[in-house]
Ligand binder design. Structure first.
Ligand code: GRF
Length: 219
């Protein structure tokens, strides 16, 4: 297959950045063909910023707590994203909700990874909540970002079976292993235009996805 020219990508982070690391490594090894032009954080102590610097990627800190109002913070971030001339924005453990205007400006170009089998468990503490729910399955979802929190269409999920002795931390370790597999894959699909967003829906190889593609944990 003829590969597309590498697309301009920014990764937004707030924390450790293990997903970012996997994306950087997949780029370095040629597994995915993208150009990470910026790593952006709202949190000055995000270790993800250090990871980016170690790889020679330019970093931007838009320190959430240094802004007088939420509106000014949102405007500053949106301004930066526009300046970067991006084709894809990857949220990788980014802990702020993007402003409606930002989402609308980049609709179809923002993806997120959320640790649940969406639409189950949007929001925080998904591991604790799934254990309490007695569900049999958990996992993680890659979805297009829309203005509804964790509500945009998912196109790729990694699924694990919950055992009787599972705890939130055991689930998290297994799910994150899956994230390192599916997030680079999702980005590759996007870069190759195999997956795209149109009129609120996700498409794969030209077909509307009624439900996300699911990869099961290999036992
Ligand atoms: C990931 O597990 C992802 O599901 C969630 O935030 C976590 C970020 O972890 N959105 P890391 O910063 O990539 O290590």
């Amino acid at each position: 297959m003829i590969k597309n020219k590498s697309i301009r990508v920014a990764v937004l982070v707030s924390g450790n950045g293990t997903n970012l690391q996997e994306i950087i490594d997949s780029t370095t090894t040629g597994k995915i063909n993208i150009n990470i032009v910026a790593v952006i954080s709202e949190n000055p102590s995000a270790y993800a910023l250090t990871r980016a610097k170690k790889s020679g990627i330019s970093t931007h800190l838009i320190d959430f707590h240094k802004f007088k109002t939420r509106k000014i913070f949102d405007e500053e971030l949106e301004k930066l994203l526009i300046t970067l001339n991006l084709e894809l924005i990857v949220l990788a453990g980014y802990m702020r909700i993007l402003a409606e205007s930002t989402v609308n400006n980049f609709i179809g170009k923002i993806i997120n990874i959320h640790p649940s089998l969406l639409p189950a468990f949007p929001g925080l503490n998904t591991y604790e909540r799934v254990i309490q729910s007695k569900d049999r399955w958990h996992g993680t979802s890659v979805h297009f970002v829309t203005v509804e929190l964790d509500g945009g269409p998912s196109f790729l999920q990694y699924r694990i079976k919950i055992g009787p002795n599972d705890t939130a931390s055991k689930l998290k370790a297994r799910v994150q292993k899956g994230e390192y597999e599916i997030y680079p894959l999702a980005i590759e699909w996007f870069a190759d235009k195999r997956v795209y967003f149109s009129k609120g829906r996700a498409f794969f190889d030209g077909n509307h996805l009624q439900k996300p593609i699911v990869i099961d944990e290999k036992c």
